[in-house]
Design a protein around this ligand. Structure first.
Ligand code: ASP
Length: 544
């Protein structure tokens, strides 16, 4: 390989093959930089032996024989290239163009590195799972669609016109059925499909490290994930985060950081001022159900503050108060309790509690990144635990699950039907530097409890049978206690490769419009094909 030739190889005869990375033609001597994924080697060609050297262009495939340092005595053009749509060392190439010509983009150092990191991390995860006795079990991509969760991709079934499968949003119920089936440790690098808008960390299809275990408690599951993370870091040659990872309750995360996926690389913790400001002369504080603030270690100009207030409003706040502007309304006692030093700024939000948490959480994340507080070089993994079992659906006002409806309540919350809002669950999330890597839970393994969950969600018996009859039947036939997790592999690898989005670690991603610039998909289908599938299109596909 090109990168393997050191000083000790001098004088040896070698044959090399690869791509022409660059070429300088001096007439009597032609220098060609030959590249493979291990490195670059300079070829020295005397065109009197090999006139072909004059015709070499970037990205031609070559085979060269000669002595190291490589004085070529035989050069063969193996394959030619048309002029390139972009140069491999060009900066700022449009991403759609990179994806359209992905086979070229893949030759760049960046993509070579990313796809190899991806492979190495996944291989380490597979080895870990294997060592821990997990079985790789394939589950179907085509499955019964249920209207819960994200939007489904549908697959028409020619043999049953008018009926559809959905592409699995995750193997959730199949892996639980494996537990009922006595396969007590399942895993899969599973492809999942969700019809959602594409963003930095979203594609229609993505991969999860999906796992499930029987006869375990929460900490057993967390332990498996921590081992996988550490093994991946070690495999790619990075310093692994220390185990066990930090843990924090959901309630604590919301109160102190205003989000269930806080970035713990920096402080800027949210402080509460509700009590101190109860009888405040400042009416906005005195009358608000909740008053909280963050102290930022710098001051802001008028326009900077206006910008922050805009961000706060985007998160739903009515306004953003700065201590300096309102201190004349506040008592000595109030001011003393805030303890703000010179050169720092306290930013207050007063409103309903969830809104205050959300706004300050949003500001905290924004400021942490904008002011560079997050750039500590540290990698912080932590768990968020003890989530609520239910929350109110904002549109319907009904109770709905936070994670999914198969999540078990915490011991002590089994009576959730009486007071769904205060029940806690055995759901846990893994966070890396403020990115949610994945979620899991201990599951319900008792049919009566599963039915109670569905009832709280407003599902009658008939609807339960129609949608989840198979699960309820399985839970009635000797289901062991079990729990599991799913970690987003693409997001994990993107962070591992220090890339800003998952497209950079996926070989053939789609762009934000949902199109695939490489193949030109998606495409309209002839009426005859649709007819055979029993479907009729009601839209004219747009030209775009
Ligand atoms: N199936 C869940 C998900 O895809 C993860 C789990 O609970 O194991 O988010």
């Amino acid at each position: 390989m090109c990168g393997e030739l050191g000083a000790s190889a001098v004088g040896r005869r070698v044959t090399l093959a690869g791509w022409a990375n660059a070429r300088r033609d001096h007439g009597g001597l032609v220098f060609i930089d030959l590249r493979d994924h291990t490195g670059i080697v300079q070829l020295v060609v005397r065109p009197e032996h090999d006139p072909a050297a004059h015709g070499v262009r970037n990205e031609f495939v070559l085979q060269a024989e000669g002595e190291v340092e490589i004085q070529v005595d035989s050069l063969r053009i193996v394959s030619r290239s048309t002029p390139l749509p972009f140069q491999l060392d060009e900066e700022g190439v449009d991403e759609a163009l990179r994806i359209k010509y992905r086979w070229l983009d893949m030759r760049t150092g960046r993509m070579q590195r990313n796809l190899r990191i991806s492979h190495v991390a996944i291989a380490a995860i597979r080895r870990t799972m294997e060592d821990l006795g997990f079985l790789d079990i394939w589950t179907p991509s085509m499955t019964k669609g249920t209207p819960e969760g994200a939007r489904d991709f549908l697959v028409p079934v020619r043999l049953q016109p008018g009926k559809f499968y959905a592409l699995a949003q995750s193997p959730q119920l199949f892996k639980q059925l494996c537990m009922v089936g006595g396969l007590d440790r399942y895993y899969q690098i599973a492809t999942c499909w969700r019809d959602e808008d594409l963003r930095a960390d979203r594609q229609f299809e993505f991969r999860q490290l999906d796992l499930e275990m029987s006869f375990v408690e929460r900490d057993d599951v967390l332990d498996v994930l921590e081992r996988c993370v550490v093994a991946s870091f070690e495999a790619v040659g990075r310093e692994a985060p220390a185990r066990p990872f930090r843990r924090m309750s959901y309630a604590d995360a919301i109160a102190r950081y205003g989000t269930d996926k806080p970035d713990l690389r920096f402080g800027l913790e949210i402080e509460d001022a509700t009590e101190v400001t109860r009888g405040s002369a400042f009416g906005v504080f005195a009358n608000a159900p909740c008053v909280r603030y963050i102290v930022v270690p710098r001051t802001f100009s008028r326009s900077e503050h206006a910008r922050l207030e805009e961000i706060a409003k985007e998160w739903g706040a009515k306004g953003l108060a700065q201590l300096g502007q309102i201190s004349k309304f506040l008592s000595e006692r109030e001011l003393a309790s805030f303890g703000v030093e010179d050169g720092s700024t306290a930013l207050f939000v007063a409103d309903e509690e969830p809104l205050v948490a959300r706004v300050l959480g949003g500001l905290r994340t924004h400021l942490g990144r904008e002011l560079g507080l997050a750039e500590t070089g540290e990698e912080i993994f932590h768990w968020v635990l003890d989530f609520p079992l239910f929350e109110r659906d904002e549109d319907t006002g009904r109770w709905t699950f936070l994670h999914h409806p198969f999540t078990a309540p915490m011991p002590g919350s089994e009576g959730f039907e009486a007071d769904p809002g205060s029940a806690l669950s055995q759901h846990y999330d893994l966070i890396w530097n403020g990115w949610e890597l994945g979620s899991g839970s201990i599951r319900i393994h008792d049919a009566a409890m599963q039915e109670a969950i569905f009832r709280v969600m407003g599902m009658g018996e008939e609807e339960q049978r129609a949608k989840f009859g198979f699960l309820l039947d399985a839970l009635k036939m000797g289901a062991p206690p079990h729990g599991g997790f799913a970690m987003g592999i693409d997001r994990f690898v993107a962070l591992m490769a220090r890339e800003p989005d998952i497209r950079q670690v996926i070989a053939f991603p789609k762009v934000a419009s949902g199109a695939d610039p490489l193949t030109g998909g998606p495409t309209p289908m002839p009426a005859s094909v649709l007819r055979e599938l029993g479907i009729a299109s009601i839209v004219e596909p747009s030209e775009k």
